[in-house]
Design a protein around this ligand. Structure first.
Ligand code: SAH
Length: 221
């Protein structure tokens, strides 16, 4: 978040290496890789971790939360099969890094965070980046956003202990929801694809490590 941070340039060797690593791991959708490449991850990273901005790893942010690993961001974004006109719901704004990438690939992004501190910091970044298609809410994302439902796509960036029934209920019949599901430190990334008749095809994609989706809003901060 300081001027010391490296600028995003396609010529930047660290960024090029990161992008090559993502492609090698299967993040090959050109729109997705462009969105990641054009998003300055340094802006979302605390000063203490600026040296590690272009590593393919998750990094700590305020409130004991994490900025997701670029490969996982790429994988989940690609799995969501976004369309330009998609209205997307994201649960767990965190730093706003994933939100920014979603906003570049869809029409509108609704994002919910349970820490006010994180929400305020993310809102500031969206303003700095001149992103005008993001609508934020401080609240419990587990409840979704009924007033704005149904959504074309839903992405959950915190681990749900079980099938996210409430959120699936806010998805359009042919919509797609991607979420880490599991109770322990390691979860399974799942994709739910609506069959158009109220049912879902469920695919298990890979093992992931996310912070848990917690009930209610945070009392501290
Ligand atoms: N996508 C984020 C990852 C943040 S980590 C990024 O790239 O930075 C997951 C986030 O989910 C945390 O900020 C956590 O506070 C938030 N979270 C957990 N449970 C939540 C809930 N019920 N509602 C909203 N946000 C929640």
């Amino acid at each position: 978040m300081t001027g010391k941070a490296p600028k995003v340039e396609t010529g930047d060797i660290r960024l090029a290496k990161l992008m090559a690593s993502l492609r090698a791991q299967g993040v090959t959708n050109p729109a997705v890789t462009r969105a990641i490449e054009s998003t300055p991850r340094d802006l979302f990273t605390p000063d203490l971790f600026q040296e590690r901005v272009w590593e393919d790893s998750a990094l700590p942010i305020a409130c004991g939360q994490t900025l997701s690993q670029p490969f996982i961001v790429g994988l989940m974004t690609q799995a969501l099969r976004l369309e330009r006109r998609s209205r997307v719901l994201e649960i767990g704004t965190g730093s706003g890094y994933q939100t920014t990438i979603l906003s570049k690939l869809s029409r509108l992004v609704y994002t919910i965070e349970r820490y006010r501190t994180l929400m305020t910091a993310a809102e500031l970044r969206f303003k700095q980046l001149d992103l005008t298609n993001i609508i934020t809410k401080f609240g419990d994302g587990g409840l979704g956003w009924p007033e704005q439902a149904p959504f074309d796509r839903i992405m959950v960036t915190a681990a749900a202990s079980d099938e996210p029934e409430i959120l699936l209920g806010q998805l359009k019949p042919n919509g797609v929801l991607v979420a880490p599901i599991g109770k322990g430190p390691v979860q399974v990334l799942k994709r739910y694809t609506g069959d158009g008749h109220g049912g879902f095809a469920v695919e298990s994609m890979t093992e992931v490590r996310f912070v848990p989706l917690l009930d209610g809003v945070a009392k501290d901060l």
